[in-house]
Every structure is written in structure tokens, then in C-alpha cells.
Ligand binder design. Sequence first.
Ligand code: AMX
Length: 430
Amino acid sequence: MVGLKGRLAEQVPGLREQGRALGKEHGDVVISKVTVAQAYGGMRGVIGLVCDTSVVEPDCGLIIRGRPIGTLAERLPEEIFYLLLTGELPSAEALASVQEELRQRAQVPSYVWDVLKAMPADSHPMTMFSTAILVMERDSVFRRRYNEGMGKDVYWEAALEDSLEMIAKLPGVAAGIYRMHYGKGDPIPPDPKLDWGANYAYMLGLPDPDGEFRNLMRLYMTLHCDHEGGNVSAFTCHTVASALSNPYYAVSAGLNGLAGPLHGLANQECLKFVVELREKFSGVPTDEDLYKFAWDTLKSGHVIPGYGHAVLRVTDPRFTAFLAFGARVCPNDEVFRIVDRIFALVPDILRQQGKAKDPWPNVDAASGCLLYHFGLTEFDYYTVLFGVSRAMGMCSQLILNRALGSPIVRPKSVSTDWIRGTVSKKAEAA
Ligand code: AMX
């Protein structure tokens, strides 16, 4: 079977059997322990989730189904969606089939525009984006079929149906929000001749004489698609969907997490830093000025945005892919040149300072400058772009979890008194 659904239908029985057998034969094997510090510290490092779509390795970065993201930078986002779900890159025929599925479902319902127009003009673009997804929940196949008594073994099929509908429409919804919110005119309908990422660029309506903005959007959508299962948006989506709330509810919830400054908003902070540098030095600063500015930033207790990572200990390969794109397309752009010079100097400075465990750039250090180069200068909007891409990862994880029959998420919480009591009992016993 060539189509995505057909390929998944072939794989699902084996996946289920594998999960069931591991649980049955090795269910008692301890894979993690939890300390008091972790209970108070965001459960950092606690292993308690299974996510097969991707992993993040300290020395290599994002790996999608065994393939380092750097090796996938030339791939279309639709190929990545297929890969996330099935573990395989699609054949030309399978890719055409996914693209056709998305094309047929791309029309945004008119009620979405009615709702967005009725929102206060100063609503944040992420609020508009999440709301648009939530109102489309009225069309959920998962909800309808669940109410009709759908069997557990086909939950994944209904989740796939909703996910395809949603992912197909997200570029149109997101581009319409951009045009509406920043007074750029009416939403532009999709061009059926274009692929998913290129269509997003087209519907934003920014000038693109040589097609490089389309290439950037394809790259952006590919690089931000997934980041294993424990990050705020993925984990939120997983938790909400585990209650059998349908994909619209779950992805909208995940995006509300992505909207936070500690998660998806970091990219706009990075670009702000670079643009401020350009203003202060009326262009590209000399290395000497930049060196001093970076040290002044650190000495005043601030971080260098775009550098450091909770997991990575090398240059983020997604940063490398964006930097290569910029070097090819806009090497003389001032903002890009500043990003390039920061990369040349800041890792050494952070090493000298000796605090950051990872002195290398993360993905956010370079993505904004490229958007800025193409005239997408509205920082508030950047997290929406991130969200369109990340919806592919959230949906893939959700579909696989329904296929595996994952139960409702319900970790145990304890009170501070319980922790106090446990700590003193251990101290007495020692
Ligand atoms: N500049 C200056 N100091 C930094 C730093 C940076 N870029 N990155 C880390 N440090 C400091 C920390 O503030 C911390 O200082 P403290 O001991 O005084 O509190 C110390 O180094 C140790 O931190 P860490 O263990 O290396 O990092 P972390 O896992 O706690 O945090 C991160 C990771 C990304 C939040 C942090 O590196 C940071 O704040 N970077 C700058 C902001 C940024 O780029 N955010 C985007 C992250 C990418 C993403 O997930 N979207």
C-alpha cells in the first residue's frame, strides 16, 4: 500500500505487539529513579515516556527515526511527516500521495475567519492560531466516531484523519493570521500547484522573486518539526490526547505551551539581540566591539540569547543548516553577518566565563535573521511559524500513541509533608 494510512495499517499490529511484549516480559525492569530535586525541578531527566518519532542526543542533536536532522535538511516537510510516522522516507509515489491528501484538505473553513475577525485586534498571533485550531474541533472525525462507538483498535485512524485535516489547513490559517493581524490584506487562497511549505510562503504574501523565501519556509518547517516527547508542547499534547480529547484539542493545548517565553518564544529574543546590536553600532560591529558587548551582557547578569542548551553539547545542527542557507542566499545581509560574527566569537567567550554547560549556538540563534532578511520582521509572529511545523511532530506522536493504545497519563504527585517525612525517615535510617 502506497498511502500513509496504508503503510501505517501495515505497521500498527507489529508496533502494538512489540509494546505489549515489552510490557509483559520486562514490565518490572527499572529504567529511571526520581530524586527530590527532580520532583521540585520540572522532572528534568526522569525517564517516564516513550516517544519513537525522534530523540535528542547531547553530541548530535535531533535525530528523527535514526536520521540526524542535518542529513534531512534538503527534504520537504511532507517527507518528514511521513518519516516521523512510519520511520521511513516516502517513495516518490508515497510522497505524491501525502501531498495530494494535504492539497485536497487545504481549504480553511470560512467560520475560522469569522471567529478570528471577531477577536480583539491586539490578540497575540499565537492566541489567534490556537483559537483557530480549537474552533475547527467542530469538524473532528475522532469526536464523531468516538460518539458512534468506534473501537479502540481504530482510534489511530480517526486521529490520522483529524491530523491530516489540521496539518493541511495550518499554513493557510497561519498565513491568514499574519495578513489579518499586521494589516497586510485578506487571506490568500492556497495555490494547488505548490507543495505544503512553499504554499505557506506564498500565502504569507511577501515578495519572493527568486523563490528563496519558499526554500526558507520548507527548511524552517523541516527543521522545527519535532523534538522528542518531554518538551512542554509535546508532553502537553500527549497528556491532553491521553484523555481521548481529539487532536484539535490536544494540538491547540500544546501550542499554548509553545507560546511561553521559556519554550517557543526564545527565537524572537535572539533576533531582538542582533537587531539591537546593529542599531547600537550602526551596522555590523567590529569583532572588538562585539567582544566587549558580549562581555558587558554577561557581566550585567544577562544571557547571550541563542546560545546554550539543556541537552545539547555541540553546535545545534539546525543552526548549521540555517547558517549554510544564509551563507548561500544573503551573505552580505547585515543582520546575517552579525549572526555569523557572534558565532565566531561567543562560544569562546562563554567558555572563558565557564558557566554555560553548552557554549554553542542553538536553533534560535539563526532562524530569525533569515526571516528578517525576507521582510518577515514581525517578531511576535515567529512562534506561529514554529507551531505550524511542530504540529507535525505533535500529531505524529499522538497518532502513534493511539495506535499503541497508550492509557491516560496520570503520574503520582505527593505533598511537601510527604517529601519531608520521607527525607527524615531516610536520614534516620542512615
Ligand atoms: N549566556 C549566558 N549564560 C548562560 C547561557 C548563555 N547563553 N547559557 C547558560 N548560561 C548560564 C546559565 O544562566 C546558568 O547560570 P547560573 O548558574 O548563574 O544560573 C549556567 O550557565 C548553567 O546553565 P546550563 O546548565 O548550561 O543551561 P540550562 O540547561 O539551565 O539552560 C538554556 C539552557 C537554553 C535555557 C540556557 O542556555 C539559556 O538561557 N540560553 C540563552 C537563551 C536561549 O538561547 N534560549 C533558547 C533555547 C533553545 C530552545 O529550547 N528553544
